[in-house]
Ligand binder design. Structure first.
Ligand code: TRP
Length: 326
């Protein structure tokens, strides 16, 4: 039997090149090997202040982008977290087994509670990893792909699952982390010392942005003094980042790129990157415009049924074992 993999993506912000290379590209690979569950983590998006209409828009936008980029609904079960009420229900039950101290120790909790100090720190920020544990355990996922920032949350999920199993008898599988294949971090185009992210908009390449905007951002990317196209992340972080981007867009190696662009100016190299970008994403960009709202709704409706039914067995067992179902 195929192993089951589950991952979640928050519908906050458009897909950019860093997301694509770090995550989407991997899911494209997973969907051929595993039984793949891809959850739009809209309940997690609620943990910080947000606008409901924005959330709806971002949700559609994210699903459309993922489908356009090659997530195949015949292979991957793409669904909304909020479409299956057992996520939030299970997170209550698991929350009662989780200690306040454990949650307060999470790096992300510390960061977010600092960041929202003024607005007020909602309980959602504290409960965030418990909901994540529910997402994973509800489907008995074998594998969870996690980046550096989510490792600690997966560790806690494993701990909660063990604790539950010990107290109420074994129900949950202990999920394993999949550490992403070796990928270089994609850095911001206007500050190659920082990771590409939507919080640095000038250096962030959104896959489906206007053609002109993408062109401009690449052509304006920060480079380094000198004029050699050479991979040297310490002394030439700007050019090295552009080389990494070009490498992933074309599949060429860094050595090949150095060879190919000997005696070629930074500007001409950037023009090649622009071409490579559009070549790589041309098809997805066209496809995205053709995806209709009603297609998305149809897929999500179907998967709502499917995931709810799928998780019911485990959830009913949880209710029995915990004494909630008499
Ligand atoms: N917290 C994850 C992130 O910010 C998203 C997420 C929610 C998730 N539930 C999950 C990831 C379950 C893996 C498994 O990236």
């Amino acid at each position: 039997m195929k192993k089951r993999i589950l991952t979640g993506i928050k519908p906050t912000g458009k897909i950019h090149l860093g997301n694509y290379l770090g995550m989407v590209r991997q899911i494209l690979d997973f969907q051929d090997k595993y039984e793949t569950y891809l959850m739009i983590a809209n309940l997690h998006a609620q943990t910080v202040p947000y606008d409901p209409n924005e959330l709806k828009k971002e949700t559609f936008e994210l699903v459309a982008s993922l489908l356009a980029l090659g997530i195949d609904p015949q292979k991957t079960i793409i669904f909304l977290q909020s479409d299956n009420p057992y996520h939030s229900y299970l997170s209550w039950i698991l929350g009662c087994l989780t200690y306040l101290g454990e949650l307060q120790r999470m790096h992300e909790f510390k960061e977010q509670s600092e960041r929202y100090k003024k607005e007020g720190v909602g309980l959602g920020i504290l409960m965030y990893p418990v909901l994540m544990a529910a997402d994973i355990l509800l489907y008995n996922a074998d594998l969870v792909p996690v980046g550096e920032d989510q490792k600690q949350h997966l560790e806690l999920t494993r701990e909660i699952a063990r604790r539950f199993n010990k107290k109420f008898g074994k129900i949950f599988k202990i999920p394993e982390a999949i550490i992403p294949q070796e990928t270089h971090k994609i850095m911001s185009l206007d500050n190659p010392l920082k990771k590409m992210s939507k919080s640095l908009p000038n250096g962030c390449l959104e896959i489906f942005a206007d053609k002109k905007e993408i062109e401009e951002k690449i052509l304006k990317a920060v480079t380094d003094s000198g004029n050699e196209i050479k991979y040297d992340p310490i002394n030439k972080p700007g050019i090295s980042n552009l080389m990494i981007i070009y490498k992933y867009l074309t599949g060429k190696s860094l050595v090949e790129i150095e060879e190919e662009f000997k005696n070629i100016s930074y500007y001409d190299f950037k023009k090649e990157i622009v071409d490579a970008f559009f070549k790589k994403f041309e098809q997805a960009r066209k496809l995205k415009n053709k995806i209709k709202r009603k297609d998305i709704i149809r897929i999500l409706e179907k998967n709502k049924e499917k995931v709810t039914r799928e998780s019911e067995k485990i959830f009913n067992l949880v209710l029995k074992r915990t004494g909630l179902k008499i």
